[in-house]
Ligand binder design. Structure first.
Ligand code: NDP
Ligand code: MG
Length: 383
């Protein structure tokens, strides 16, 4: 296929599945980037023969260069390396599949260079939505969603012309702790929180799915991608993860996108848009599934979701604040420093305790993120 991509986060869950899709359709891979997984990144360099690669963690660079010395590949490091890859000439689409708001700067670099983006890194839109959407519009850059719900909405909007969207129905699996009370969640372990019922994903998003922060981030992501107000988004818990989301038009007709829970479907749609070709994901059998269930989310127990809705309703830098607080809190939970319920408490207290300001430029976002992380650190260390 006459298409060339680069992938940031190529060693992760989305990154490796993107490579699988690229391989199936003969898509050329010009550049790859990861944080520190030198072994897998070197294997990918060997197989996909990119001309440029970035290992973000500078302390791994020497070992990594040694591992790829037989391949003719340019090795970069750090944020400069990610931004150089994001803005390479001759690339049709950048797959941004890094985890966390570290993905924002490379996204902006890609837009500046006129490179279309297949976006998995939702933290990019949560923290810098206004900057990203405005600069993409200015440069005529397309952003194709990889997140399954947003891909579903994007797919449901195809062929719609100018018809007015009434609302979207954003589905949520509910995660491993659906139906539990706060009292029951007090003692959950990291292993229990990492055990997602339907999806196999990286650790950070799996914890976000357990707290429902992920749905809060997706609520904000949807507002930026589809130009919606908070009132136009209904979150519906749908345990089976078969309906990936739906849209409702003015005439109350609802159009949904269905499929097995496999990220290769939305990844492939983002990479091949508007083409639909054979995909390495299973076909859906509704009769095997039998029944689909729907329920309202529990915003009181899963307070991260509530905090995200409040943050985007407040606007300004509050989405970046709740995101930064969450990134810091989740890292501490995964390290065993804090309990599961502390994540929501910390996110909520950052939303209350940090002053809102407007976002005019990237530095405003980075400052909001820094303040939120420091706030969380102080709270944890003060205990
Ligand atoms: P993983 O943890 O599996 O992978 C993260 C990837 O990002 C790894 O390749 C990691 O490298 C890389 N990375 C992390 N930090 C940096 C950095 N500073 N510089 C360069 N690379 C970096 O995450 P997922 O694939 O699960 O998620 C990626 C993004 O996609 C997240 O924003 C997530 O919310 C979103 N998403 C994921 C879904 C999924 O099914 N997994 C579904 C929908 C959205 P290394 O391996 O070296 O650490
Ligand atoms: Mg999703």
């Amino acid at each position: 296929m006459d298409k060339t991509i680069s992938i940031l986060g190529s060693t992760g869950s989305i990154g490796t599945q993107s490579l699988e899709v690229a391989k199936k359709h003969g898509i050329k891979v010009k550049a790859l980037a990861a944080n520190s997984n030198a072994v897998l990144l070197a294997e990918q360099v060997n197989e996909f023969k990119p001309s440029v690669v970035c290992i973000y963690d500078k302390s791994k660079a020497d070992k990594f260069k040694e591992m790829v010395k037989g391949d003719s590949v340019k090795v970069l490091t750090g944020m400069e390396g990610l931004c150089e890859i994001a803005s390479l000439n001759g690339v049709d689409t950048l797959v941004n599949a890094v985890v966390g708001m570290v993905g924002l700067k490379p996204t902006l670099a890609a837009i500046e260079a006129g490179v279309d983006i297949a976006l998995a890194n939702k933290e990019t839109l949560v923290t810098g939505g206004k900057l990203v959407i405005n600069s993409a519009a200015e440069k005529g850059v397309n952003i194709y969603p990889i997140d399954s719900e947003h891909s579903a909405i994007f797919q449901c909007l195809q062929g719609n012309g100018m018809n007015k969207l009434k609302k979207i129905i954003l589905t949520a699996s509910g995660g491993p702790f659906y139906g539990k009370t706060k009292a029951e969640l007090g003692s959950v372990t990291v292993a229990e929180a990492l055990n997602h019922p339907n999806w196999s994903m990286g650790n950070k998003i799996t914890i976000d799915s357990a707290t429902l922060m992920n749905k809060g981030l997706e609520f904000i992501e949807a507002m930026w991608l589809f130009d919606l107000s908070p009132e136009q988004i209904e979150i519906v818990v749908h345990r089976e993860s078969i309906i990936h989301s739906a849209v409702e038009y003015e005439d109350n007709s609802v159009i949904a996108q269905l499929g097995v829970p496999d990220m290769k479907i939305p990844i492939q749609y983002a990479l091949l848009y508007p083409k639909r070709l054979e995909c390495p994901a299973k076909s859906l059998s509704l009769t095997d599934i039998g029944t689909l269930h729907f329920a309202k989310p529990d915003l009181e127990t899963f307070d991260c979701l509530d905090a995200c809705i409040k943050a985007i309703t407040a606007g300004g830098r509050m989405p970046a604040v709740v995101n930064g607080a969450n990134e810091a809190a989740v890292a501490s939970f995964l390290n065993g420093e804090i309990g599961f319920l502390r994540i929501g408490e910390l996110v909520k207290s950052a939303l209350k305790g940090i002053e809102n300001k407007s976002i005019q430029c990237l530095d405003d976002v980075l400052l909001a993120d820094r303040e939120a992380r420091d706030f969380v650190r102080e709270k944890i260390e003060g205990c």
